[in-house]
Design a binder for this molecule. Sequence first.
Ligand SMILES: Nc1ncnc2c1ncn2[C@@H]1O[C@H](COP(=O)(O)OP(=O)(O)O)[C@@H](O)[C@H]1O
Ligand SMILES: [Mg+2]
Length: 259
Amino acid sequence: MSANPIIETKKATIRFNGLTAVDTVDFRMEAGEAVGVIGPNGAGKTTFFNLLTGLYTPTEGAILFSGKDITKVPPHRRVALGIIRTFQLVSVFDSLPVIDNLALSTIRFGENYGGKGKFFFANVHSQRIMKACMEKLEVLGISDKADLMTSELSYGDKRKLEIAVALSLNPKILLLDEPFAGLSDSEIGEVSVIINRVKKDLSFVIIEHKISRIVDMVGRLCVMHEGRLIADGPPNQVLCDATVREVYWGKEEGLTCSV
Ligand SMILES: Nc1ncnc2c1ncn2[C@@H]1O[C@H](COP(=O)(O)OP(=O)(O)O)[C@@H](O)[C@H]1O
Ligand SMILES: [Mg+2]
């Protein structure tokens, strides 16, 4: 592995009242990698994202981005650095039109953001901003819904909007937390195609419960169990790992090991 990871954790640990949700996790990835994080419910996957994005500060250990220690850097500054995530439960503003969800993120983290005061007087519907927003909606295939109220969207379209918002924030690394949760099979197919398309330009981490959905999407799989990273490597190797098979045994049909 090269010596210049885009993101790295060193013995990252967080405890909640005696429960160690993330336990001495050493993780690193190179720019351009696509990594899947799998593991049973409660394994610590979402909490790990919360550490990478700054929602939580580790009890012990460090987080580095492009070689710089960001352990104490707050979430909004990490967004400005390009560390962008989506949430397990879709997180968009229901009470705004679809396009305005994007206008907000585009202005707030755009080049010309001039602080809170100017934000409120920014020309939200300027041609430049609208064009940038529509482009993102087109990438996600929901540009025909730009003027709808977000509350009117299906859950699958809200997920697409959330990914559009994430892309509008100029991610260097995109962290998707169970993007398929709550989606129908056909929506999962659509969102998979979109993710496969956009991930080419990014460093990318996806949490997913069902391995078969992401095994062809990632070059590397990490397995978490009870807060620990118990396996990390090429998917085929990880799926054949004895400990991983024990953790997943009987839980997912068709979990094959072909080495
Ligand atoms: N803010 C919190 N306070 C207390 N416990 C938490 C908190 N966040 C997560 N946990 C606990 O940490 C463990 C890991 O949770 P989580 O990261 O959500 O798992 P996963 O995403 O792998 O299903 C769970 O036992 C959960 O209850
Ligand atoms: Mg989770």
